[in-house]
Unconditional design. Structure first.
Length: 212
């Protein structure tokens, strides 16, 4: 399966990606994670990315295309992949279609995780990433099980109320047009992102297994 996970910041894309990729045995390709890794290494490209992510703005399309092409042509993506955070604009979506078509491939599923902006702030400000396991915790909804894990959680620089409002604006202006784009292609399925993580997992599994 070649899957795209769509949804606003904090919708639960990363959380659900962990479960889907584990179940299907395909890699998660998160442009946010790739961009943060470059920023952490302080590569020249990483420093350029940082100016965008700190401002809650999307990184320019051409820069992201190169990252995605490199990653999707790695051997572990040959039998499927899950894209988390890409595409984010119609330009990126069209580029992806062309890049896959040139390799005889295509997207099989686009899952839109639907949540209201009202719940997003609480999810974002409580988020913490465990750098050892890669698991995404939340202080209230998925608290770390031990004080050791709690102490090592990483909080993202862009997870503040101010930056979130800019990220949401980018989402509504530039990413939401992907909804009609993939609807017209007959690929889009909406998944209710409210309620406990396990309930959302079940809804996604139903859609991927053809019952949802
Ligand atoms: P990116 O890393 O992709 O961030 P995002 O899309 O804003 O999404 P998030 O990672 O914030 O949220 P999520 O939906 O994964 O939620 P999560 O599962 O963590 O992008 C960051 C930046 O990189 C962008 O701003 C941009 O600058 C750049 N970028 C990335 N891709 C780009 C592209 N293609 N083009 C251009 N620029 C790009 O969940 C959030 C919290 O909620 C967690 O704590 C979790 O435990 C909790 N939670 C999850 N589900 C539930 C639930 N059902 N109930 C309660 N809590 C829940």
């Amino acid at each position: 399966m070649n899957i795209i996970l769509l949804g606003p910041p904090g919708a639960g894309k990363g959380t659900q990606a962990e479960a889907i990729t584990h179940r299907l045995g395909i890699p998660q390709v998160s442009t946010g994670d790739i961009i943060r890794a470059a920023i952490k290494k302080q590569t020249p490209r990483g420093l350029e990315f940082k100016t965008y992510t700190d401002a809650g703005a999307l990184v320019p399309d051409a820069l992201v295309h190169a990252l995605v092409e490199d990653r999707l042509t790695e051997p572990d993506c040959a039998s499927g992949f899950l894209l988390d955070g890409f595409p984010r604009t119609v330009v990126q979506a069209k580029w992806l279609d062309g890049m896959l078509e040139a390799r005889g491939r295509s997207i099989s599923h686009v899952l839109l995780i639907v949540v209201d902006d009202a719940v997003i702030l609480e999810r974002i400000v409580g988020r913490g990433l465990d750098p050892v396991t890669g698991h995404i915790y939340h202080t209230k909804f998925d608290p770390p099980p031990t004080p050791e894990i709690a102490a090592r959680l990483i909080h993202r620089r862009d997870d503040t109320a101010d930056v979130l409002s800019l990220r949401l604006r980018e989402y509504h202006n530039k990413t939401a047009p992907l909804i009609p784009y993939y609807e017209n292609a007959g690929l889009l399925r909406r998944v209710d992102g409210f309620g406990p993580v396990d309930d959302v997992k079940r809804r996604i599994a139903d859609v991927l297994e053809g019952g949802g």
